[in-house]
Design a protein around this ligand. Structure first.
Ligand code: FAD
Ligand code: 2HG
Ligand code: ZN
Length: 468
């Protein structure tokens, strides 16, 4: 592309979104063309910041007419290389589209533009006396549009489901620039194919989500939180079973290893361990109190001690302790990034397969190069295990990624045997394209490709993500 052509493109884009809302500065583009992974080549042509669905549609139409690739971009907290522009694409960021409409208290819904952050929607729901259930440590930055495009899972999936379960309707700008309005507030609508689900989890490859209607619910009754120190991994699934058998309404069931704990204590400001003695594993268990206010947590912990699956436990006594215990889990991702080079997996398994899988994983990890530390944590109550391979910051980033990739490949290849998935919640993006075969059959991948061709025949919408 000549300089003259580039400058004509910029003039046209500026006409659509306004002079100040097109970025071409190379240093800024390195940030805007990249997500949290920061391991892929970044080279967008420009980043644009439309203020309305109409402006998004006009930018997309322009890109289509000029054969320009598009990378939809939200809060850029993605962990799969989905919002990465490495081939002179136009990054379309929804950052200016943050409007949240007044809460519908009768139908329990909330409508917003796709650039609203997850936290802003949680807060709007809470201010209206209601509850928006998706929760993740990236909530301050991640956008509702990004949550929809990745079908985010998060910390409360075990109780409320993931993003798919929270979405009632969406508005999407298709790759030809037309606007598909599926932004219904209906709870029930059995009229043929429910097309919104095609776009949820499609990682920006089929269109740009511009608005959404989300489900709200009553705020959970008084929730109680405990951090439980555990001796063996197999005790974790035993705790889950006992809690369910005791009739606890579990709102979160997370775990992390002592290695993860140590890294958080080292890097997260103000973090301290709640235990006198460290243990190999910890569970974060959140439960709702029973109707009538009787405490569920204390009798449950007694049961865990009786069954010898718990070494020690701490119950949060006030909101400050509640936050402190949660932060031990929520700070893991940022602490790992501060600690060293990181490669991430977010696999999922049927919960009853976790124990045998972990035994094989330990054998594989023993074969890994000694300078790769394997850190385990995750939403274990729903079978989602986060495996992070961590190498020393002083080492070469590229060499580390290559070495970690070899371990990762061996671990992925174990998954079909356990009917597991290579991605529970982060998606495929650029990071796991080669590994899609471990989780999806050829027939499924062919159907996905066929659908992509129908919706985006020119292949301009987030090119090269999920599959080539
Ligand atoms: P981005 O990173 O900007 O984009 C992600 C993908 O969505 C890209 O493919 C992009 O092209 C596409 N996209 C973005 N906006 C749109 C749009 N409006 N229309 C169409 N496509 C779009 N994920 C979980 O599932 N569970 C967790 O618990 C969790 N915890 C996290 C904690 C931390 C500290 C971090 C850094 C990340 C975490 N993530 C988690 C990953 C990430 O936050 C989620 O994937 C999130 O949903 C991404 O939202 P985003 O707005 O940042 O999207
Ligand atoms: C979480 O559960 C996120 O905290 C991030 O999904 C996981 O850093 C990771 O690997
Ligand atoms: Zn997660």
């Amino acid at each position: 592309m000549t300089n003259h052509e580039t400058s004509e493109i910029m003039t046209a884009l500026r006409k659509i979104v306004g002079e100040r809302h097109v970025v071409t500065d190379p240093a800024e583009l390195q940030v805007l063309g990249c997500d949290w992974t920061k391991i892929f080549f970044v080279d967008p042509l420009a980043a644009v910041f439309p203020a309305s669905t109409g402006e998004v549609a006009d930018v997309v139409k322009f890109c289509k007419e000029h054969g320009l690739g598009i990378v939809p971009s939200g809060g850029r907290t993605g962990l799969a290389g989905g919002a990465v522009a490495g081939n002179k694409e136009i990054v379309i960021s929804l950052k200016r589209m943050t409007r949240i409409d007044p809460v519908d208290r009768v139908g329990l819904t909330i409508q917003c533009e796709a650039g609203a952050t997850t936290q802003a929607v949680q807060e709007a729901a809470s201010a209206a006396g209601l509850f928006f259930a998706l929760d993740l440590a990236a909530k301050g930055s991640s956008h509702i549009g990004g949550n929809i495009a990745t079908n985010a899972g998060g910390l409360k999936l075990i109780r409320y489901g993931g993003m798919r379960e929270q979405v009632l309707g969406i508005e999407v700008v298709l790759p030809d620039g037309s606007i598909l309005d599926m932004n219904s507030r209906l709870r029930k609508n059995n009229t043929g194919y429910d097309l919104k689900h095609l776009f949820i989890g499609s990682e920006g490859t089929l269109g740009i989500v511009t608005r959404a209607t989300l489900r709200l619910m009553a705020k959970p009754r008084n929730v109680q939180l405990a951090c439980i120190a555990v001796r063996n991994f197999s005790d974790i699934t035993k705790i889950l079973t006992i809690a369910s058998m005791e009739g606890a309404t579990i709102t979160a069931f997370e775990f992390f290893t002592d290695v993860a704990h140590g890294i958080v204590l080292q890097h997260a400001q103000g973090a301290r361990t709640p235990f006198q003695q460290r243990a190999p594993f910890y569970v974060i268990l959140e439960v709702e109190d029973a109707v009538g206010g009787a405490s569920v947590m204390e009798p449950l912990l007694e049961k865990l001690y009786e069954n010898d699956v718990c070494i020690d436990a701490v119950i949060a006594q006030n909101s400050a302790q509640f936050k402190e215990l949660w932060s031990l889990r929520e700070n893991i991702t940022e602490s790992l990034s501060a600690h060293g080079h990181v490669r991430k997996n977010d696999i999922s398994l049927p919960v009853d397969m976790l124990d045998p899988f972990i035994r094989e994983l330990v054998d594989e990890v023993a074969k890994a190069p000694k300078d790769i530390e394997v850190v385990l944590f995750g939403h274990i109550g729903d079978g989602n295990l986060h495996i992070n391979y961590v190498g020393p910051k002083s080492g070469d980033k590229k060499q580390f990624q290559e070495a970690a990739r070899k371990v990762e490949e061996r671990i992925f290849s174990l998954l079909p045997k356990y009917k597991g998935s290579i991605s529970a919640e982060h998606g495929i993006g650029l990071l796991k394209k080669k590994d899609l075969k471990f989780s999806r059959s050829e027939a499924e991948i062919n159907l996905m490709r066929g659908l992509k061709k129908i919706v985006d025949p020119a292949g301009i919408m987030n090119p090269g993500k999920i599959f080539d």
